[in-house]
Design a protein around this ligand. Structure first.
Ligand code: TXA
Ligand code: MG
Length: 339
């Protein structure tokens, strides 16, 4: 009983947007595309509506949601204020794949922020998200529209597979662009801190903000991450995922060894590496890091337990968006092998 609309990205059908907004304004949950991944939206000022998100996803209640708005003016209605550096980041990168954590002014329901005094706010750069948010004219809380623990959805079919029957609506505008989620930056202190790497890179942030820090928890030390969501198991494919260090020869060596163990192997690798491999089901992810990011979550969902026993993925450089790619892969992985 989930209503699904097909819309064009550039000129979304007004009727579909109006129907989706009507559901949102009536406290229901609707999934919609952003430039990063599909979100599962609900009216952020309506606590029972927001509860519907946690229920549909099976999401732990202590994991706060991002409030989405169409404009800077609407964003300013949700926070007590913007520091100079926060405003610089906002002006430079939004609309776009950046979430700022700022002091909340309490406009959003308490379950959006999981009781925290801060709130994550973001202005997505996608015509459908923009149309929805402008028409709705209230903040929309929206985590990624996957079941908790699964890879984030980059197509409407991913959302459908996870949430069909559990949500009121799904606006389908085809695949999203960036493929990994927004960069979450804590702007409550003097120096911005990256809590989750994402679509905007550290170098891009530094170019605007000067110095930028990274939450020590991201380096894998024992500390509790400041973004509560970063502590949970995430992005898990149906079968074990092994990250393989080193050159393509190493990946082939692991394929051959596990083949001898009668394992069926799936491989995710750059297009160049993929061309050098054989004896496995191979998904080429593209030739540059931006393409790998765009194709990553779909690849994690392609391999089913009926088809393969192990997924191997090569390691990527942690430069630029590679930081976000490796962050997600390290969370998804069950093992690291160097041959
Ligand atoms: O690209 C994205 O950000 C997508 C699209 C739909 O906008 N959304 C998304 O939301 O990825 P979600 O809920 O899957 O991830 C939000 C992350 C979590 O790690 C959460 O803990 C963190 O942001 N977060 C949200 N509010 C926070 C806050 N006030 N303080 C610290 N971390 C926060
Ligand atoms: Mg998520």
């Amino acid at each position: 009983q989930t209503k699904r609309w097909n819309v064009k990205t550039e000129q979304p059908d007004q009727q579909a947007i109006a129907e989706a907004v009507d559901l949102l304004q009536n406290g229901r949950t609707v999934s919609f595309p952003t430039e990063t991944v599909y979100g599962l939206g609900a009216d952020a000022t309506n606590a029972p509506a927001v509860s519907g998100i946690f229920q549909a996803k099976g999401r732990p209640e202590d994991n706060p949601l991002i409030a989405h708005v169409a404009t800077k003016e609407q964003l300013l209605n949700l926070v007590t204020g913007l520091s100079l550096v926060a405003e610089k980041l906002l002006d430079a990168f939004t609309p776009g794949p950046l979430t700022l954590v700022l002091p909340s002014n309490g406009t959003c329901a308490a379950n959006v922020t999981a009781g925290l005094s801060t709130i994550g706010v973001r202005i997505p750069d996608h015509p459908v998200a923009q149309a929805l948010l402008k028409t709705c004219d209230r903040p929309i809380a929206a985590p990624s529209a996957n079941l908790s623990g699964k890879p984030s959805p980059t197509t409407a079919d991913h959302v459908w597979a996870d949430l069909q029957g559990k949500i009121a609506g799904l606006v389908d505008a085809g695949p999203t662009g960036v493929g990994v989620e927004s960069t979450v930056v804590d702007c409550t202190q003097e120096i911005p801190v990256i809590l989750r790497p994402g679509g905007i890179t550290k170098a891009q942030l530094e170019a605007v903000a000067g110095s930028v820090m990274v939450d020590p928890a991201l380096a894998g030390t024992a500390e509790n991450p400041k973004a509560p969501g970063m502590k949970y198991t995430h992005y898990a494919p149906e079968v074990p995922l092994w990250l393989v260090a080193g050159p393509p020869d190493n990946v082939q060596a692991v394929i051959d060894r596990e083949h001898a163990n009668r394992k069926r192997i799936g491989v995710m690798a750059s297009t160049e590496t993929a061309a050098k491999l054989h004896s496995a089901r191979i998904i080429p992810l593209g030739s540059d890091l931006r393409s790998v990011a765009a194709n990553l979550y779909d690849a994690l969902r392609v391999f089913k337990s009926g088809d393969v026993d192990i997924i191997l993925c090569e390691m990527f450089s942690k430069t630029d968006i590679g930081q976000a790619i490796m962050n997600r892969l390290e969370k998804a992985a069950t093992d690291f092998v160097d041959n």
